[in-house]
Design a protein around this ligand. Structure first.
Ligand code: TRP
Length: 544
């Protein structure tokens, strides 16, 4: 049924679809979440170390490997397995393609769970639950919040010193360690109670009138509310599985529609709209108090925080965000005409993807620093907890919020579609299935695989493997191990197996010097960098 394969209507179609694949939750959800995590969380100094390594990984590994991956697809003109086979028949290279197909299953199985969250947040924007936060947050929650704020402020250090728990109020790590003890050790239960009381009293005396105090409490509730809404949502297994199912259905519908009909058309309109929306928000955040702090948080490097682990996650994220290392862009490349310039298209995709990631992180941190939001412990929800704060303080916020989460959902959809397309193309080409049958089978399998991920925040929250939830494990394995491994194989194949003539035909647009630079990166730099990381991983130097 080879006629079921598609083709792009135009060169722009490829760029748009590949950009649609690349730009997704990796940029809007995962990049901000990882910068938060590697920047030291709420009280961290800066994520610059992670961000700079990420940018280097994108430029030195991501861009050259992207060109290599698209090249394999355009020469092979098939799905990942078929393309490797077509280029070097009778060798084991086809298994590199198979690894990609499997990785795609894994990624989609948890990615669509997060994608499902966007649907809930479209609904939350429609009903605009944020407006009556006052009624939903208890006074106790405000007290706890005041406590957690003051305990890390000078007042907290002073309190510890007065009670003989630290000597030097300027020693931040001693303060941190002391509070950790006070909060967990039963011995200090009374002290903890006393601290909470004192801190709330200190908070209250800051306000001269009853009205000012009431206002301040309401403001605190507004900070707390989005996070508590999100947490409640995560704890609801029915919603988690339900939205996940819904998003899988949507993805399957689009993929059944076929390459040019389903994917290409919508991309042209909604991708620019997403950019417009994002840059409106960037502009808005620049006028908020937290804008400057967000810049500093994102780019100020705290190299004391950088470890092998940071590098592994940064490289994994580069592959993940660019949709590299599992054959998604290879498959899209297989629909690309011979005269299209792979390098230019790749550069455009990489630039756009990076820009969107940075913009999203800036918006989210700007909001966090402006409104003093509490985030879900790991930061995993900050796309959903931080952004509503901005809309609450904007004219037309409710409408913009609906639009924003719809666009996020769409960006996620163009990514899930690309992941599903790999599985579909594989089944269509290699197992002679119709498109519909291929999608139904792949979709059902991915859904089953993803159910434990959807339950990882509720029913299965305590089922840990290597300290990770099922969701965390699949994410860690697929993004940080399988994608870099796929990337190595692609780099080695193009760098060492394809002949110079074959390569020259694909990147005919390269002047000699640029070809040499690219070839060097693909042959030596990419495999070496990724091998070092995999080695670090196998010797236990890194973790989830
Ligand atoms: N790059 C997408 C994002 O950032 C996710 C994605 C789509 C992906 N297709 C992929 C990741 C293929 C790895 C491989 O949201």
């Amino acid at each position: 049924m080879k006629q079921d394969r598609g083709a792009w209507r135009s060169k722009l179609g490829f760029i748009l679809a590949a950009a649609g694949s690349a730009v997704g939750l990796g940029n809007l959800w995962k990049f901000p979440y990882l910068t938060y995590k590697f920047g030291g969380g709420e009280h961290g100094h800066g994520a610059g170390g992670f961000v700079i390594i990420y940018l280097m990984a994108v430029l030195l590994l991501g861009l050259p490997v992207m060109i290599a991956e698209v090249m394999i697809g355009r020469r092979g003109r098939l799905n990942p397995v078929g393309s490797f086979r077509a280029l070097r028949p009778g060798t084991a290279w086809k298994y590199a393609g198979l690894l990609g197909v499997i990785t795609g299953f894994l990624i989609l199985s948890y990615y669509a769970v997060v994608a499902g969250w966007t649907i809930e947040y479209i609904a939350k924007s429609v009903t605009w639950e944020y407006a009556d936060y006052d009624a939903h947050v208890s006074d106790q929650a405000v007290r706890d919040r005041v406590f957690s704020e003051l305990s890390v402020a000078p007042a907290g250090a002073l309190f510890l010193k007065e009670h003989g728990l630290i000597r030097d109020t300027a020693d931040a790590s001693a303060v941190q360690a002391a509070w950790a003890r006070v909060k967990t050790d039963k011995k200090y239960a009374n002290l903890l109670k006393q601290a909470k009381k004192e801190f709330f009293l200190a908070f209250k005396t800051r306000f001269r009138t009853q009205r000012a105090l009431k206002h301040a409490i309401i403001e605190k509730k507004m900070e707390i509310y989005p996070a508590s809404l999100f947490e409640r949502f995560l704890k609801n297994p029915v919603k988690q599985v339900g939205y996940f199912f819904l998003f899988m259905l949507l993805t399957m519908l689009v993929v059944i529609g076929g390459v040019s009909g389903g994917i290409e058309r919508w991309n042209k309109v909604l991708m620019p709209l997403l950019l417009l929306m994002l840059f409106t928000l960037v502009g808005r955040v620049f006028t908020l108090d937290g804008g400057v702090r967000a810049m500093r948080f994102l780019f100020y490097p705290d190299f004391s925080r950088v470890t092998f682990n940071t590098v592994l996650w940064a490289v994994g994220q580069a592959f993940f965000s660019l949709s590299l290392g599992m054959g998604a862009l290879l498959t899209y490349g297989s629909y690309l005409p011979k005269d299209a310039k792979i390098s230019k298209a790749s550069l455009a995709i990489v630039s756009l993807d990076t820009l969107v990631a940075l913009a999203a992180a800036f918006v989210i941190f700007g909001s966090i620093f402006t409104f003093g939001l509490t985030m879900h412990g790991s930061g995993i929800g900050n796309l959903f907890t931080a952004v509503p704060g901005i809309f609450l303080h904007m004219p037309g916020g409710r409408f913009l919020s609906i639009l924003f989460y719809s666009l996020v959902a769409f960006a996620a959809l163009t990514s899930t579609v690309s992941l599903m397309e790999v599985a579909a193309a594989y089944l269509i080409d290699e197992h002679d299935m119709s498109r519909k049958r291929a999608v139904l089978i792949a979709g059902a399998a991915i859904f089953l695989l993803g159910v434990p991920s959807a339950l990882s925040f509720n029913l299965l929250a305590n089922a840990r493997i290597f300290h990770l939830t099922f969701f965390g494990l699949v994410d860690f394995f697929s993004a940080n191990i399988a994608l870099p491994l796929g990337g190595i194989l692609i780099a080695i194949f193009v760098g060492w197996v394809l002949t110079a003539r074959e390569k020259h035909e694909e990147v005919f647009e390269f002047p000699v010097w640029l070809y040499s630079v690219w070839d060097f990166l693909v042959r030596f730099v990419a495999p070496a960098a990724i091998l070092v990381l995999l080695f670090a991983l196998l010797t236990g130097r890194v973790s989830g």
